[in-house]
Design a protein around this ligand. Sequence first.
Ligand code: URA
Length: 216
Amino acid sequence: MSDTAVGTGQEYDAAPYLPVRGGLAAYRRAAAECRGCPLFADATTTVFGRGDPHARMLLVGEQPGDQEDRKGEAFVGPAGRLLAKALREAGIDEEGVYLTNAVKHFKFTQSGPGKRRIHKAPSLREMTACRPWLEAELRLVDPKVVVVLGATAGKAVLGRSFRVGADRGALLPLPGVDGGPQVVATLHPSAVLRADDREAAYAGLVADLRVAAGAL
Ligand code: URA
């Protein structure tokens, strides 16, 4: 892949695709046309955030997975189902939260006879290019608590030095924003699904979500 967004001759950047005004619906429509990095080319669709536009809790994942890409909705696959269960167990109403991702297109590799699409982590450049959409969602939803799910979301929201092992489960300030939302980092639900000790990993996710719920 080249260093420039397809057909623009510019560095990767979603900013030129953002609407100048409007609410989440206007941003969602505009994001559908985003060509700010090359990921749009292989993905089925842009997966913008979903949920309560006035949510007090906003959760950020990494990027849509295979099912999210096909359906155009964040967190509707296996990771989303596990997250919904963990939210319920932590006493958080899923209907009342806003769910989004640091990167809005599915990045994958494809190999083998069945051509299964295998998730591939987004690069720092792709995350940085996509950040204006996340910043707009944070500004428009204006939550009290932001939950970052895993390393990619943590780096996108808290900066490149973020480490999930060291930073999870505590109330942290949002860097560069006075009086902004508090941030709680935790494991990504996909990491829970892959964990050797799945039960312990899931209990940790629920415990971290309880910390976030306590800050509402
Ligand atoms: N993983 C994510 O980070 N986000 C989704 O929407 C689905 C899986």
